[in-house]
Design a protein around this ligand. Structure first.
Ligand code: BGC
Length: 435
C-alpha cells in the first residue's frame, strides 16, 4: 500500500520566490464606487432579478440560489464588502493564510471622477494601501483596469474610440507621479480584454450592451494599443518593472480527439480566444499573465446543425460543475501552461484561478489539483512565477451579483464579518509546505 495518504504536492519544485497569492478587483470588493457598471446595475437590477429563473434554472442545484438571485438587491454592488475601509484587516487575513503576494486593482473612477479632476484623497488611499502591503512583506501586484471606468470616459465612447486611449494613458501617468510604484514589481495593465470586448460588444450582455461585431473588433484592437502605450510609459519610468496583462485563457480541446473537423474548430478557438491579443502584444510584455477557469471541449456540427448555423460548439461533460454550472477541470491548467510556454517562452503568472463554491465542497480539491498541475509543468522546465487564487474574499460577481461565492474567505454582508473557509486553511498549509 502506498504510504501517501492522498495526493498533495510534496516534491519541492516551486522556486523559493514563487508568488503565492490571491486576487481581487476594486469594483468587486471596495464598495461605493461610481462608474459605468454602477450606473448599469441601477438600471438593470430589477430586470436581472425578474429573468433570473428563466436564464439560470438549468444550473444544477439552482434552487439553493434562486431566492437570492430573484432579489434585485443582489445586483447592486452598493457598499461592496467595505474593503476600501477594511483593507488592513483583509491584509492581516492574507498574511495568516501565508500569502506572500496580493493582486488588487485601482479604481480609475475614484481617482478621476470628473475629466481632468484628480481626487487627492483617493490617491493617498492607494498610496497607503501599497505601503501597507509592502510593510507586511506582501508583494503588491497592481492591476490598472478591470473593466470599470469613469462615467465621463464611457460617455465619450470608452475604448471604442481610438482618440480616447490618451485618457487612460493620462490616468496611468498620474499613478506614476503620485503613487509609490517603485514598490511595485508587477503591473497588470488590463484584465481580460477578450471577456470585456465579447460581453460588452459582441453578445451584448454587459455594459454597454452592444451587439456589433465591427465594434467588438475595434474595442479589442484599441485595447492592444492601450496596453502597448502603457507598457512603454511604465517601462520608461520604471525599467525594472514587470509589465503584462491578465488574459482569460481556456484549455481548449477537441471533443473527439481524432476528428479532423473538431481539431479545426480547436485551432480556430485557440487562436481567436487565447492567442489573438497576446500575439499582438508579444513584444510588449515581460511575462504572460493569464486567468484559468475553463477547459472547453469543442465539437464540429453535423450537417443538420450546420444548416441551422451551428458550425461548431462547446460540448463539455456535465459534471463536476461549480455553483454557476461551469464545468470544472482544474488539472487542465497543466496543458494550458505548457501551451502558453511553447507559444511565448516567457515567464508566466497565473493571475486568477478559482471557482464559485458557496458550501466549500470542491475548493480544496480544486486547489490540490491546481498545485499538482503547476508542479507537473514546473517539472518540465517552464518558468512559472506565481499563482493568484480568485478570490481572497467573497465579492460582487458582475451580472450575477452577490450569490456566487468565490472567496477563500466567506463574507457576511450584513455584519461584514470575515470567516476563513476550510479550503483556505488547506491552501495556507500547501503554501507552507511548498515554500
Ligand atoms: C474576472 C473576475 C471574475 C472571475 C469569476 C474573471 O473572469 O476577472 O472579475 O469575478 O472571472 O467569474
Amino acid at each position: 500500500m502506498s504510504k501517501q495518504k492522498h495526493k498533495t504536492a510534496s516534491t519541492n519544485l516551486f522556486p523559493k520566490n514563487f508568488m503565492w497569492g490571491a486576487s481581487t478587483a476594486s469594483h468587486q470588493v471596495e464598495g461605493n464606487t461610481y462608474n459605468q457598471w454602477t450606473v448599469w446595475e441601477l438600471q438593470h437590477a430589477r430586470e436581472l432579478a425578474n429573468t433570473a429563473n428563466e436564464r439560470l434554472s438549468w444550473i444544477p442545484g439552482w434552487e439553493r440560489f434562486r431566492d437570492k438571485a430573484e432579489d434585485p438587491e443582489n445586483y447592486l454592488s452598493g457598499v461592496g464588502i467595505k474593503h476600501y475601509e477594511l483593507y488592513k484587516n483583509d491584509f492581516e487575513i492574507a498574511e495568516k493564510l501565508n500569502l506572500n503576494s496580493f493582486r488588487f486593482g485601482i479604481e480609475w473612477s475614484r481617482i478621476e471622477p470628473e475629466e481632468g479632476v484628480w481626487n487627492v484623497e483617493a490617491l493617498r488611499h492607494y498610496e497607503d494601501y501599497i505601503n501597507e502591503l509592502a510593510v507586511r512583506g506582501i508583494e503588491p501586484v497592481l492591476n490598472l483596469w478591470h473593466w470599470t471606468m469613469p462615467v465621463w470616459f464611457t460617455d465619450k465612447g470608452g475604448f471604442s474610440k481610438r482618440s480616447n486611449i490618451m485618457y487612460f494613458e493620462r490616468f496611468v501617468k498620474k499613478l506614476c507621479d503620485e503613487l509609490p510604484l517603485e514598490k511595485v514589481r508587477y503591473i497588470i495593465t488590463l484584465n481580460e480584454p477578450n471577456v470585456y470586448a465579447s460581453f460588452g460588444y459582441a453578445t451584448g450582455e454587459w455594459p454597454p450592451n452592444e451587439k456589433k461585431w465591427w465594434k467588438f473588433m475595434r474595442v479589442y484592437y484599441n485595447l492592444t494599443i492601450a496596453h502597448k502605450r502603457c507598457y512603454r510609459l511604465l517601462k520608461k519610468r520604471y525599467p525594472h518593472m514587470q509589465v503584462g496583462v491578465a488574459s482569460q485563457l481556456a484549455n481548449i480541446q477537441a471533443k473527439r480527439p481524432q476528428n479532423f473537423l473538431d481539431n479545426l474548430a480547436v485551432r480556430w478557438m485557440r487562436y481567436f480566444w487565447n492567442w489573438w491579443f497576446l500575439n499582438r502584444i508579444k513584444r510588449y510584455q515581460d511575462y504572460v499573465g493569464f486567468n484559468y477557469y475553463f477547459t472547453d471541449y469543442y465539437r464540429f456540427g453535423s450537417l443538420r446543425e450546420m444548416i441551422k448555423g451551428k458550425f461548431f460548439y462547446r460540448d463539455n461533460p456535465h459534471a463536476p460543475t461549480n455553483d454557476l454550472g461551469w464545468y470544472m477541470e482544474p488539472e487542465g491548467l497543466h496543458a494550458l501552461i505548457i501551451r502558453v510556454w511553447a507559444h511565448y517562452k516567457k515567464p508566466m503568472l497565473i493571475t486568477e484561478n478559482g471557482l464559485a463554491d458557496s458550501s466549500d465542497e470542491h475548493r480544496r480539491w480544486w486547489i490540490e489539483e491546481t498545485i499538482i498541475a503547476m508542479e507537473r509543468a514546473l517539472s518540465e522546465g517552464v518558468e512559472l512565477r506565481g499563482y493568484f487564487h480568485w478570490s481572497l474574499l467573497d465579492n460582487f460577481e458582475w451580472a450575477y451579483g452577490w450569490w456566487p461565492k468565490f472567496g477563500l474567505v466567506d463574507v457576511d454582508r450584513k455584519t461584514m464579518k470575515r470567516t476563513v473557509r476550510p479550503s483556505a486553511k488547506f491552501y495556507a498549509d500547501q503554501i507552507d509546505r511548498n515554500s
